[in-house]
Design a protein. Structure first.
Length: 110
């Protein structure tokens, strides 16, 4: 598939991910739909990320760091649910993690 189309879908996955995080963390929604959207969009973002990488450049660290940020955004609802951190702080950290993930993809500093 065209790389730009993959990138567009990857970003669309991020939109869906943050729609679910807004619902879970801000509105305190325990609805099944919100958790499903969170899980499905997480998988989409990951698969499309690897589809763009093709053969992952093992000598680059930026995409491995993105993997860690992706993992954090994945466990974020559990952190709020178990009251490890307040929901608003978890959402703020997710926004910072996503901003850093975008920066890493654009600048590829390492
Ligand atoms: C939730 C976490 C993530 C967010 C918020 C995110 C965000 C983004 C954004 C905004 C872009 C577009 C950058 C541009 O305009 O060039 C992008 C590109 C990309 N992302 Fe992600 N991403 C995430 C996770 C991942 C993961 C887990 C992988 C792979 C393991 C990945 C691999 C890529 C690749 C390969 C590109 C294209 C880079 C290029 O243009 O050369 N991303 N990501």
């Amino acid at each position: 598939m065209n790389i730009l189309l993959l990138k567009t879908l990857h970003i669309a996955g991020v939109f869906a991910l943050f729609t679910s995080l807004g619902s879970i963390l801000l509105a305190g929604s325990g609805k099944k739909g919100a958790s499903m959207l969170h899980g499905i969009s997480l998988v989409l973002v990951l698969l499309l990320g690897f589809a763009m990488l093709g053969k992952p450049p093992m000598h680059h660290a930026w995409w491995m760091i993105k993997l860690g940020l992706w993992l954090f955004i994945g466990v974020a609802p559990t952190l709020a649910k178990r009251k490890v951190l307040p929901s608003s702080i978890v959402l703020l950290l997710c926004l910072l993690a996503a901003t850093y993930a975008a920066y890493l993809a654009i600048m590829k500093p390492f």
